[in-house]
Write a protein that binds this ligand. Structure first.
Ligand SMILES: [Zn+2]
Length: 200
């Protein structure tokens, strides 16, 4: 089950723009953090103009109902290969936790052809989902996660937002603010270009 994303949504990674193509879910999580598997993980798949992929992985932990997923979870397709289209406009950025930093490493697609073309960004903090929402997704998708693979000497960068000092230029500039301050990626940000008449 995959949600193709029409609204334009971009992410800046080391000064390169990536466009959000689609997002999809795994039950349980594919990444584990210090050996812990979470009940569900969402993958936000981004691509740059050179065709390289950057996938943001966010863990779900059982807790409160997830308002973003409520857009879908009351009305999920009956089979995992069914297409889903929502009449509700959604902002996938709403899924990204507002604090906490992330881990990043070089990896692959987690399904065949398993191409090693993915920069992974795994958010440190999980977001919450209710037990019944997990159940709804699991009923459709069953256990659709690949087991963890050997690190084989790869380095995992640990990006801690407590070390993030926002700037007006460079790699900590405005395009990067939303990675540590989720609100900066919202739909009602300021400043704007004021379209109107000025009276003097
Ligand atoms: Zn995935």
């Amino acid at each position: 089950m995959q949600f193709n994303y029409e609204a334009s949504s971009t992410m800046d990674l080391n000064g390169v723009d990536y466009n959000l193509l689609q997002f999809h879910f795994h039950t349980g999580s594919e990444h584990t953090i210090n050996g812990t598997q979470y009940p569900m993980e969402v993958h936000l798949v981004h691509q740059n103009d050179a065709g390289e992929l950057a996938v943001v992985g966010i863990m779900f932990e059982e807790g409160n109902e997830n308002a973003f997923l409520k857009n879908f979870s009351d009305n999920l397709p009956a089979a995992k290969d069914d297409n889903y289209s929502s009449t509700t406009k959604v902002n996938a950025g709403d899924l990204i936790p507002s604090t906490g930093g992330y881990f990043t490493y070089s990896g692959s697609l987690t399904t065949p052809p398993c191409s090693e073309i993915v920069t992974w960004i795994v958010m440190k903090n999980p977001i919450q989902i209710s037990a019944s929402q997990i159940e709804n997704f699991h009923t459709i998708m069953h256990d659709n996660f690949r087991p963890t693979q050997p690190l084989n000497g790869r380095v995992i960068d640990d990006y801690d937002c407590s070390d993030f000092h926002w700037e007006y230029e460079g790699e900590d500039g405005p395009e990067a603010w939303a990675t540590c301050f989720g609100d900066c990626g919202g739909d009602s940000q300021s400043p704007i270009d004021i379209k109107g008449s000025v009276v003097d």
